[in-house]
Design a protein around this ligand. Structure first.
Ligand SMILES: *Cc1c(COP(=O)(O)O)cnc(C)c1O
Length: 350
C-alpha cells in the first residue's frame, strides 16, 4: 500500500476536510521494533516506536503536517515557534514545502547542532534568545497574539491531533493497545496526544483496552513530578529541558485517567539507556528519547512490573544523529594506528 502521510491515512480521525491543502512529507508509519534485549531484562514484551525515522528525524512531523496544513487552509503566510530544536527543524521543513515563512526562537547555545542545521538549511529565520525554552515560548505567544503570525508550538491544538496518530499506528501493528506506554515528557504535548489517540481508537472499536501511561521527565527538569515550576531546568536531554510545560494539566489527566505515573530519571540513567539502546538493539535515538527506556528500567528495578503481563511500548521521540556531539562525548573517539596490519590485528585481539 502506498503511504502518503498521517493525514491521508487517518483523516477520519482528524479535523480536516476536502478543502484542507495537505502539506506532507509522508511522515508517520514508523517502525515498531521488538526489543529482545529489553524484553529479556524486564520480562514483559518491550517494543520501541522509533519516531526518529520521520522525515525530519522526530515525532514533531506528525503534529507539524497538521499545524502547517491547517495554517495554509486559514491563509497564513508566516508561522512561528519556540523550540529546543526538533519543533523548529520540523516547522522549517514543512513551511519550506508550502512556501511559508518560518520564524524560530531558540535558547541560545542550548540546541543540538543537527537540529540547528536543519532549521537553517530549510531557510527559517532563526533567532537565538538569551534565555531558556520557557522564555522563548512566552515571547512567541506575545508576537503571535499581536501580529498576523500563526503559532505552531504544541499549544496549537492541531499539533496534538497529528501526534495522536502515533498511538493509532501502535494499535494497528499490535492489533490492540499495549498494557503500558512509556514516553519522555517535556512540554507534555506528546503524552497528551498519545493518550487522546488511544482513547479515540478504543472508542472507534480498533482497540479493546487502554494502556497505563508512564511519563518520564529529566530529574532536574521535572516540574510535573515536583509539582512546581522549575525556573532553571537542567539536563543533557535538551529536548525535555523544560521547566513549565504547556500541557501540564492534560499530562496529569493522562497519568490519572490511565492509572499510570509520571516520574523522573537522572541524566546518568538517561545516558545509560541511550547507550544500551544503541549497543544492544542497534537503535540510535537521541538522549531525550532514551528517557522512556530509562524510566522502564527504573520501574523494573523498583519491582513495578512484577506479576504484570503484556506489552510495553516506548516512544523513541527523535533520531540519535540529531546530536552526534553527545555520542562522541560519551563514547569517545576511535583508536588511531599506523596503516599497517599488525597494530590492527593487535587491536582486534588476534
Ligand atoms: C519534543 C520532544 C520531546 C518532548 O515532547 P513533549 O511533547 O514536549 O513532551 C521529547 N523528545 C524529543 C526528541 C523531542 O523532540
Amino acid at each position: 500500500m502506498k503511504w502518503s502521510g498521517i493525514i491521508q491515512h487517518y483523516q477520519r480521525f482528524l479535523p480536516v476536510s476536502a478543502q484542507t491543502p495537505i502539506v506532507s512529507l509522508n511522515e508517520g508509519n514508523t517502525p515498531l521494533i521488538f526489543s529482545s534485549y529489553l524484553t529479556s531484562v524486564v520480562g514483559l514484551e518491550v517494543y520501541l516506536k522509533y519516531e526518529g525515522l520521520n522525515p525530519t528525524g522526530s515525532f514533531k512531523d506528525r503534529g507539524m503536517t497538521m499545524a502547517i496544513s491547517k495554517a495554509k487552509e486559514a491563509g497564513a503566510e508566516v508561522v512561528m515557534c519556540a523550540s529546543t530544536g526538533n519543533t523548529s527543524a520540523s516547522a522549517a521543513a514543512y513551511a519550506a514545502r508550502c512556501g511559508m515563512r518560518c520564524i524560530v526562537l531558540i535558547p541560545d547555545g542550548h540546541i543540538a547542532l543537527g537540529k540547528l542545521a536543519q532549521a537553517m538549511i530549510h531557510n527559517a529565520k532563526v533567532i537565538a534568545i538569551q534565555g531558556n525554552f520557557d522564555d522563548a515560548l512566552n515571547l512567541v505567544k506575545e508576537v503571535t497574539s499581536q501580529y498576523p503570525v500563526t503559532l505552531v508550538n504544541s499549544i496549537n491544538p492541531f499539533r496534538i491531533e497529528g501526534q495522536k496518530t502515533g498511538a493509532f499506528e501502535i494499535c494497528d501493528v499490535l492489533g490492540n493497545a499495549p498494557e503500558f506506554h512509556a514516553i519522555p515528557v517535556g512540554n507534555a504535548g506528546n503524552i497528551t496526544a498519545y493518550w487522546k489517540g488511544y482513547k479515540e481508537y478504543k472508542a472507534a472499536g480498533f482497540a479493546t483496552k487502554l494502556p497505563k501511561m508512564l511519563g518520564f521527565q529529566a530529574a532536574k527538569s521535572a516540574p510535573i513530578v515536583e509539582k512546581r515550576v522549575i525556573p532553571h531546568p537542567e539536563t543533557i536531554a535538551t529536548a525535555i529541558k523544560i521547566g513549565n510545560p504547556a500541557s501540564w494539566k492534560s499530562a496529569e489527566d493522562a497519568r490519572d485517567e490511565s492509572k499510570g505515573l509520571i516520574d523522573a530519571v537522572t541524566d546518568e540513567e538517561i545516558l545509560a539507556a541511550y547507550k544500551l539502546l544503541a549497543a544492544h538493539d542497534g537503535v540510535f535515538a537521541e538522549p531525550a528519547s532514551a528517557a522512556s527506556v530509562a524510566g522502564v528500567l527504573k520501574l523494573h528495578k523498583a519491582g513495578y512490573f512484577k506479576g504484570q503481563k503484556g506489552r510495553i511500548c516506548c516512544t523513541l521521540t527523535g533520531h540519535g544523529l540529531k546530536d552526534p556531539n553527545i555520542a562522541i562525548k560519551n563514547i569517545g573517539n576511535p583508536i588511531s594506528v599506523k596503516a599497517d596490519i599488525h597494530p590492527i590485528l593487535k587491536e582486534i585481539g588476534f
